[in-house]
Ligand binder design. Sequence first.
Ligand code: SF4
Ligand code: SF4
Length: 157
Amino acid sequence: MSGLVVIDAKVAGRCEATVAAVQDWPCRAGCADCCRSLAHLPALTAAEWGRLEAAVPVSQQGTVRQRIREQLARSQGPYTCPWLDPERDHCLVYEARPVACRTYGFYVERDKGLYCSRIERRAAAGELDQVVWGNQVVVDEELDAMGPRIPLAERVR
Ligand code: SF4
Ligand code: SF4
């Protein structure tokens, strides 16, 4: 199995355990606030770019290219992900989404909080005390071992 498949499987296992442990976990289809408020535009490994770009539906490729240009033209975030279908709040590349999208909401970094305000509120109320949070630092190290991160601007042709 490729490195990316191994990372995906580990992350999926952690996320499934979290969802199983917490009734009414907030990450679900139709919740896309995090996709609309990216702090940075993506910088991904070559393997992540390859599968993501191959997954964009042909009918959406022109629209996605236009959204990428719009987001790159912004001088600062928050950014809206170019692969979000804004009318349906649906990820166009869900099965091929980057690892960061898979860990978001389920993984934490020391001193960097929980990222999503919905989850932070529930954690502050003590509703998530049973959650075993994933370690984002470990995932980032595994991605680093796959090669450099390539910024979105370098993938635009
Ligand atoms: S991380 Fe937050 S905004 Fe994103 S899907 Fe989960 S609950 Fe929704
Ligand atoms: S790739 Fe998909 S899951 Fe990731 S931020 Fe974009 S729309 Fe959201």
